[in-house]
Write a protein that binds this ligand. Structure first.
Ligand SMILES: [Ca+2]
Length: 574
């Protein structure tokens, strides 16, 4: 096919239907050409997405293709991948009838033999909001809905098979956990090959996802190590199902301590921490680049006053003072969830995070005080896996303790952890296939503790190369970056001048296609001005000397000092 063929001529269902009919890479899959659509989009403005995670482009033309497929072979549970002697490949073993894949196919003159698959967030596999990333780099982009009913639908509304006998729909969980991702990149590679008439060998496959999407990216390189040439697994929710309910330990801690905090007090303490910790990195710039060097005692915030605060919502007081009970609560929260015997069940959050989402409270006009919020992640896990009941659960957090949550998550790990966690530390097959991976994680992540990514990265290093290995070996194919001041997958409104890795996809492409490995990530700032835009590579960290000169410093035992493993778990989860 000549490159001067116009995208308009190519972007028709008549042209595309035979392509899908010819796909053979996935066993047990049938494509529904009746649901095939092809829409030409012209003069499109590609905005940089949440984060932001790619640059803006204007005047783009592309073909938006959507199709559904289903699984037809119910018995085919596992088969051998004959290209690898001992590699078992999981297959769908229950009927999932309608999974949507949407593809954005660039104008042939812009196409650069790349595919960029996108990952989801929360309980969703859908990277629909990240599709623009591919257009910026001449790549076909793709998302999957996982079979959940569209790009805004998710696992939690599909996993329970209702009708009096409410049980887990295992095919839905399997799709969410790993299979939908494998199928979308396999479909996208085939479509790119057919649409642009290039052999699949010449197409480089990339992945970008953050949070749940980060978990999907790690799961992909652990489970299907040949699916991707390059992966960005940012702020990954590695330890699902532990990751979800435990984010809301602020809720049961408030209930247990019988102190439901005013969110303005959370914010007042956060502001105190940021002010106190800012210069620990050597530079006063309103960015806490080194929370690890900060030793702020939260009792110092007792008496801090706030005014004009609207965080409490309509009717709530707009001014107030941090109380001793507020300070005790926040001190307890920063220790992270501990069992009664003192053992840790989860990583601690870095000083300076925003607790108002993790520990949301709601003003009650009748009682003139705050109530606990809804805490959807805790509720979802309770409903999907513990209660297995389609009725919306009512949770009394005064009856919930860290010990109880630990017991329930422990049983849940045994039930579904093999599918949902992405903590497998052996990435040697991915490395052998030539794959490159980047993980970045904001130092002020308020949902998934920053240190969990560092912990997993160190697990990979130790497992593959030994505890005394130099970082040179793991960095040959996998690099980790902590993003100063960033919160969960995004620029942090409380520290908006921080550098954000907007061009990480470009750097990953350079690594895969040109062998230029990123020693730092190029951060951009979206607000105000920053004196540095460099994101240091683990285990180095940013520091300014007395002359204000920036550097990435490596200190001895940095990782060992920083990573407090959840020692309650006596098995190798971490
Ligand atoms: Ca600073």
């Amino acid at each position: 096919m000549a490159y001067n063929t116009t995208i308009a001529a190519l972007c028709t269902t008549a042209h595309l239907a035979p392509m899908f009919a010819g796909f053979t890479a996935l066993d047990s899959v049938v494509y529904h050409n009746a649901n095939l659509t092809a829409t030409l989009v012209t003069n499109y403005t590609n905005t940089p997405g949440s984060g932001p995670t790619w640059p803006e482009h204007t005047g783009l033309n592309f073909c938006n293709v959507s199709i559904t497929y289903g699984h037809i072979n119910l018995e085919d549970s596992v088969s051998l991948d004959h290209s690898s002697p001992i590699h078992l490949v999981p297959h769908a073993h229950q009927l999932t009838t309608k999974i949507i894949n949407e593809f954005w196919l660039p104008n042939p003159v812009d196409y650069k033999n790349r595919v960029l698959a996108t990952g989801g967030g929360g309980w969703s596999n859908s990277g629909a909001s990240s599709m623009g990333g591919g257009l910026s780099y001449g790549a076909v982009s793709v998302y999957t809905d996982g079979g959940f009913g569209g790009p805004t639908s998710a696992l939690n509304s599909n996993i329970l098979q209702a009708g009096g006998n409410e049980t887990i729909a295992w095919s839905a969980l399997e799709s969410y956990a790993f299979l939908a991702n494998h199928e979308m990149i396999t479909n996208a590679r085939q479509l790119a090959s057919a649409f642009y008439n290039v052999t699949a060998d010449h197409i480089k496959t990339y992945y970008f996802g953050c949070s749940e999407g980060g978990r999907e990216g790690l799961k992909a390189i652990q489970t299907y190590p040949k699916d991707y040439d390059g992966v960005i697994a940012a702020a990954p929710g590695i330890y699902l199902p532990l990751t979800q309910p435990i984010q809301n330990f602020a809720a049961w801690t408030m209930a247990q301590m019988q102190h439901i905090i005013d969110p303005c007090a959370f914010v007042a303490i956060q502001n105190d921490i940021i002010a106190a910790c800012d210069t620990a990195d050597g530079l006063r710039d309103d960015i806490v680049s080194r929370p690890d060097l900060c030793t702020y005692n939260i009792s110092n915030s007792i008496g801090t006053m706030w005014s004009n605060c609207t965080q409490g919502g309509p009717g709530a007081p707009t001014s107030g003072t941090v109380s001793e009970a507020d300070a005790q609560l926040v001190t307890t929260l920063y220790k992270g969830p501990l069992l009664k015997n003192g053992e840790r069940t989860w990583f601690a959050y870095n000083l300076g995070i925003d607790w108002t989402s993790n520990g949301g409270t709601v003003w009650n006009n009748e009682t003139q005080s705050f109530d606990l919020g809804s805490f959807s992640y805790f509720k979802d896990v309770y409903q999907m896996f513990w209660a297995q009941n389609t009725a919306t659960p009512v949770i009394n957090f005064t009856e919930v303790s860290t010990d109880l949550v630990y017991q329930n998550i422990s049983s849940l790990f045994r039930l579904i952890g093999g599918w949902t966690t992405s903590a497998w530390p052996d990435l040697s097959e991915f490395q052998a296939a030539g794959g490159k991976a980047i993980t970045w994680h904001g130092t002020q992540d308020q949902l998934l503790p920053t240190i969990m990514s560092a912990s997993y990265y160190e697990d990979v290093r130790r497992h593959m190369f030994g505890a005394n290995s130099t970082y040179a070996q793991i960095q040959e194919f996998y690099r980790y970056f902590q993003v100063p001041g960033a919160d969960h997958c995004s620029i942090n409104p409380a520290e908006p001048h921080g550098p954000f890795p907007q061009y990480a996809i470009a750097q990953l492409i350079d690594w895969v296609e040109r062998g230029i490995a990123p020693d730092t990530l190029n951060g951009t700032t979206q607000s105000g001005s920053s004196t540095q835009e460099i994101v240091c590579m683990w285990p180095s960290a940013p520091v300014w000397d007395v002359n204000g000169t920036f550097g990435c410093e490596t200190t001895a035992n940095f990782a060992e000092t920083l990573i407090q493993k959840p020692d309650a778990w006596k098995i190798s989860l971490f």
